[in-house]
Design a protein around this ligand. Structure first.
Ligand code: HXC
Length: 519
């Protein structure tokens, strides 16, 4: 073969590889409202930055006549590129080749980019669209999955790992995304479950649709498996790009610093009046977040799940910050099992990746009741406590209103190594609210009172006495548990100054193999 022909052969092979499973299957993919693996990667990365690897890999299976059915690249497109100029490694399962099902060689390709991401200290993004283990390959496919899982585990806390689910993700395949930091799902075209509706029906008799069993709405609202739901794949790619802008490349680096035109000493007068006079009236804590962060920009994580706590990323003076805030607008901001594990996971992510944490507290306590106890509120609450107590990143806490009982201790209190703990004048920091406290302390006396008017007056007097003593920030401040009581409208400035002072913070936990967080 002449050299010219050799070059032509390469070009032809590249054209063939880029067609994946062929034009018919590409058309079928498009007809389902889905993009192909390469289209997806192009959408995700900076224009023209993608460098593909292993385009000529084919499977090695000889079962069921598979040796006659080979496609260049074998069901996954892998490589690296940039997002906002920063290197990322990426793989996208190609549904047009054997339904994106995972073969031994596909696993090899995915593991190669995962290993490179670790070596280079760069994020890894997986785009999932697959029928699971390639049935014809049997245990080799299973072994391939397990190779990927192990790498997900070792990469955890070293480089950010993001999973986009843009099609089926079933059976054991769900565990790779589940091991990563963030899962994003497209509405109506993606699903995740350990067993599909047919198996569910045959085993339990339950009739349930694919969407109800494992669709994006279910996983972002009920199970909490996925953090983000998007309507289109394009929207999903924009979201991944935005998310990465808040993250460092790896655990040894800091998140990128942005220039901001938002003045650091901007006063927000509305905050002086945001807390209603009636302590049982809610307000939206997201209004507080938007008012204090740079340019009102807040990327909420887990928006639809456990809405009684709000978590997400924002910037203060250009510095990426993780925010955890109780949400009085939903269930009074109480901490339940779901809210506790949602917040705990977010705190741990921030701590692993050197992202400072701001906590906004307005929490009446942990949710009482048998349902919560049966679900293990003790363990889930302990998770959040553990996550905060173990975190060594800069931690700034602002108590806006209620901070009661165990929930007070949990929410980044001074004793859990909160660096700066501020409170608004509207803060109430105590063991419990006035009505509960009076019930416990004066119950016997109240029961004996026969005159209703006298009883009401007694309760009112005791409540006033209790509120004067405890429903304020000054009692805690007198013990230095609160570093300062700040004017609400000045919160942005005080938080920025606190984080500035914490830039050189050095704190390490005792040496150990690893901790044993209550799981
Ligand atoms: C081999 C597969 C495949 C698989 C799909 N295909 N899944 N080939 N192994 N697991 C092939 C189909 O034969 C078909 O080939 C092409 O991919 C497209 O599939 P369709 O069925 O035509 O597509 P669609 O109707 O969209 O249905 C998609 C699907 C369905 C719902 C994913 O294919 C399906 O149910 N697949 C099997 C899912 C499954 O049970 N996987 C194993 C899970 S257990 P042609 O040539 O016709 O285009 C598992 C264990 C992992 O994964 C454990 C890890 C620890």
């Amino acid at each position: 073969m002449e050299n010219k022909e050799k070059v032509k052969k390469l070009i032809d092979l590249r054209v063939e590889a880029k067609l994946g499973g062929g034009e018919k299957r590409i058309a079928s993919q498009h007809a389902k409202g889905k993009y192909t693996a390469r289209e997806r990667i192009d959408m995700l990365l900076d224009e023209g930055s993608f460098e593909e690897l292993d385009m000529f890999v084919t499977h090695r299976c000889h079962n069921f006549g598979m040796e006659k059915d080979k496609f260049l690249g074998d069901g996954v497109v892998t490589g690296h590129g940039t997002i906002d100029g920063r290197t990322v490694f990426v793989y996208a399962q190609d549904f047009t080749v054997f339904g994106g099902s995972l073969s031994e060689t596909m696993a090899l390709k995915i593991c190669k980019v995962m290993d490179m991401a670790m070596k280079m200290g760069a994020p890894i993004i997986g785009i999932n669209d697959s029928g699971g283990a390639r049935i014809q390959e049997g245990v080799n496919a299973l072994a391939g999955f397990a190779e990927i899982f192990e790498r997900n585990i070792l990469a955890s806390g070293v480089v950010p790992q993001i999973s986009a689910i843009y099609g089926p993700c079933a059976g054991g395949a769900v565990y790779s995304p589940a091991l990563t930091d963030f899962i994003l799902m497209t509405e109506n075209t993606s699903y995740m479950f350990v067993t599909g509706p047919k198996v569910v029906k045959s085993v339990t008799g339950e009739d349930i649709s694919t969407e109800d069993l494992g669709g994006a709405s279910m996983h972002t609202k009920k199970s909490g498996v996925a953090q983000f739901k998007v309507e289109t794949e394009e929207e999903g790619m924009m979201l991944i790009r935005k998310l990465l802008s808040y993250l460092p490349q790896n655990n040894l680096e800091e998140a990128p610093l942005f220039n901001t035109n938002d003045p650091i000493d901007r006063m927000e007068d509305s905050l002086n009046e945001i807390i209603p006079d009636n302590p049982n009236k809610p307000y939206d804590v997201k209004d507080v977040i938007h008012a204090i962060v740079d340019n009102e920009e807040f990327l909420e994580v887990h928006r639809f799940f456990a809405k009684n706590v709000v978590v997400g990323f924002a910037r203060f003076n250009g510095q990426s910050t993780g925010i955890i805030a109780n949400q009085p607008n939903f269930m009074g901001g109480v901490l339940d099992c779901d809210a506790s594990r949602k917040a705990a996971r977010f705190v741990r992510f921030c701590d692993a990746f050197n992202i400072p944490i701001l906590t906004l507290v307005d929490v009446p306590g942990f949710l009482p009741g048998s349902s919560q106890e049966y679900q293990g509120i003790i363990t889930h609450g302990a998770k959040l406590m553990f996550a905060y107590g173990e975190a060594t990143v800069p931690k700034v806490t602002v108590t806006l209103r209620k901070s009661y009982g165990g929930a007070h201790c949990v929410m980044s209190s001074k004793q859990l190594r909160g660096d700066f703990n501020y409170a608004w004048p509207t803060a109430e920091i105590a063991v419990m609210g006035a009505s509960g406290a009076i019930e416990v302390l004066e119950g016997r006396t109240i029961v004996k009172m026969e005159n209703a008017e006298e009883k009401a007056q007694f309760i009112a007097d005791k409540t006033a006495e209790y509120n004067t003593a405890f429903a304020n920030p000054y009692n805690a401040a007198s013990y230095a548990y609160i570093d300062d009581v700040i004017e609400p409208r000045n919160t942005r400035f005080r938080v920025i100054r606190a984080f500035q002072a914490l830039q050189t913070k050095k704190l390490a936990n005792p040496l150990k193999k690893h901790s044993n967080i209550p799981l």
